[in-house]
Every structure is written in C-alpha cells, then in structure tokens.
Design a protein around this ligand. Structure first.
Ligand code: UTP
Length: 301
C-alpha cells in the first residue's frame, strides 16, 4: 500500500461570505487568535505525516506563498534582538525547503475542478485533501486518525461528523454501512440532499484521503450543483470501482468560511490556549454581562 505523503489545499475560492475583508486578504489568511487559518490546517497535515504540501491558488492569493516563505530580514532582526522564542515559533510553523508547491486554478469552477488542477503535482499516488476553511480542534488531529484507518483499509477515506438532521440539506452526506476497523463502509454519498432525503446525519467535514483514479473522473466531470464541478459527483463515480470508508471524527470542527464559525473558532482556540485562557474567560464574561440586547446594533457596520 502506498503511503499518503502529499496533501492538497484548495485555496482558490472567492470567499464572498467574508467580503469586504476578502477583497484584499484571502480568507485562509484571516487569523484565529494569532495565526492564519491555513496554519492550523498545515499543522494538522504535518502531524499526520504529510511531507509535501500542494496549494491550489488563484488571483490575490500570493500572500499565502509569501507566508510560507522564510522572511530573512525578520529572522535576522529577531536574532539580533535576542527574541529567541519568536524565532522558534517562526521555525516551528515553517515548511522545510522544497516541501511546498503552488499551482493556479485560474477560474474558480468549483472544488472538484480545484482538486483536478493538482493532478500533475500529486501524480500516481494517494493524497490527502484538506479544505482549509474547516479547522479542527481535538487532541489527535483528524487527518492523523484517518491515516491510521487508511493503513488498515487502503482505498479512500472521508471524515464525517454528526449534524442536526434538519441541517443535512446544507452538506455532503454519506450513507453508513458495516463497521470496518475504526471506521465504517460508506454506502452512498449525496451533495446537499433535499429535506427528508438524506441517507444519514453524517456530513463530510472537509478531510479526505483519495486515490489518484479520482483525477480522470474529475476531468470528465460535468458541472453539478450550483453550476460547479463537484468533488462529490466524482467520488460517487469512483465508488463503483473502489471502496470508500468513513471516519467518524469526534472533535470540534469550525467552518471558518462562515462568520459565525470563524468567530466561534477564535473563542474556542483562545480558550484552549493556557497563556491567554484566564484573561479571555474574564473578557467574555464581562462582555456578556455588559452588552444589553438594546445596545446591539440593528444593522451590521
Ligand atoms: P467554498 O465554497 O466554501 O469557498 O469552498 P468559497 O467559494 O471561497 O466561499 P464563499 O461561498 O464565496 O464565501 C470550499 C473550499 O474549496 C475552495 C475554497 O477556497 C475553499 O477552501 N475552492 C472552492 C476552490 O479552491 N476553488 C473553487 O472553485 C471553489
């Protein structure tokens, strides 16, 4: 069985839900506490043993490439000033030379198309796919546990989580079959099922391990829901030839592509940080106490 060495991060979306910020800042560079969203996802991949990081970018996203580069002047200034803690932090968060690749999607035709754009960089081997606007919080990373399941089952793995059965129409949802090691066999998949038709309440949370046979299927893929080339449609086709296993992730997932999810992630990660936890608890308590409903603005500004 081939090892999962490479991870793909599609970062070419327009991020319209975060306008006006995303006019100039990619949503993946918005910060949760003190580091950009993309750093959390990169760290999760690295902890899972990923050795090569492939970014599918678009216009206005060059800052992501700069972020993962070495900033010599900053390093030298920090060294001269004896700021060793900050230097260590930069080194820890930095990929090693040659570990990153960047390609452009050119036109944002959908997630499936963005993944297809990485085909030459992935080559003929299994790869992890991480949607960078979904960030996870748990002791063990979601992808790390998926890689462990992959070592037992091979094939394709999709991470899922439970949602309110009333909300299934917002997500890609899977059908649950027999247990298999720490996961289960996936019996079907549907993108945004109409009310009352979902095969379960297990939604796909943005982490995948896929076989390279997905690429020719994506190439032939017609536009699906929302006029976009959908990854779920290609996965469904691949399911006729290859097994798909579900990994039921039990940690927290924050959808940083939505405003509520992004604010929630900031609060949750601040509460997780021992250095700022006590102050943050106090700040939240004081704000809840002092913000009376009538003070809340009627319009966002
Ligand atoms: P989303 O639909 O959440 O991203 O795609 P978006 O289009 O940027 O967001 P909104 O709805 O306009 O606010 C999920 C992931 O797939 C990537 C996005 O960057 C995001 O990480 N994506 C989506 C692409 O790389 N290319 C696409 O054509 C579409």
């Amino acid at each position: 069985m081939k090892k999962v060495r490479k991870a793909v991060f599609p970062v070419a979306g327009l991020g319209t839900r975060f306008l006006p910020a995303t006019k100039t800042i990619p949503k993946e560079m918005l910060t949760v506490v003190d580091r950009p969203v993309i750093q959390y996802v990169m760290d999760e991949a690295r902890d899972a043993g990923i050795e090569h990081f492939i970014f599918v970018t678009g216009r206005n996203k060059t800052v992501i490439e700069d972020y993962f580069d070495v900033q010599f002047e900053l390093y030298n200034t920090l060294a001269e000033r004896g700021k060793n803690d900050q230097l260590d932090l930069l080194r820890e968060t930095q990929p090693k030379p040659g570990q990153t690749s960047f390609t452009r999607q050119q036109v944002p035709l959908g997630l499936g198309h963005a993944v297809w754009c990485a085909r030459e960089l992935v080559g003929d081997e299994p790869f992890a796919l991480l949607l960078p606007d979904m960030i996870m919080q748990s002791e063990n990373g979601c992808l790390k546990d998926m890689v462990e399941l992959y070592q037992h089952t091979g094939s394709n793995i999709v991470a899922v989580q439970e949602c309110d059965p009333e909300e299934t129409h917002k997500y890609g949802v899977v059908g649950r079959g027999d247990e298999a090691h720490s996961g289960f066999e996936i019996t079907g998949m549907v993108e945004k099922p109409p009310h009352g038709t979902a095969p379960s309440n297990l939604y796909i949370n943005g982490r995948y391990i896929l076989q390279p046979e997905i690429f020719p299927l994506l190439e032939a893929q017609e536009r699906g829901a929302g006029g976009e080339i959908q990854l779920t449609d290609a996965m469904l086709k691949l399911m006729t030839d290859q097994a798909f296993y579900g990994f039921h992730y039990r940690g927290r997932t924050f959808d940083c592509g939505s405003r509520e999810g992004f604010v929630e992630a900031n609060v949750a990660f601040a509460l997780w940080r021992p250095d700022i936890y006590p102050n943050i608890v106090k700040v939240i308590e004081d704000l809840l106490e002092s913000t009376k409903p009538m003070e809340r603005r009627s319009k966002p500004r």
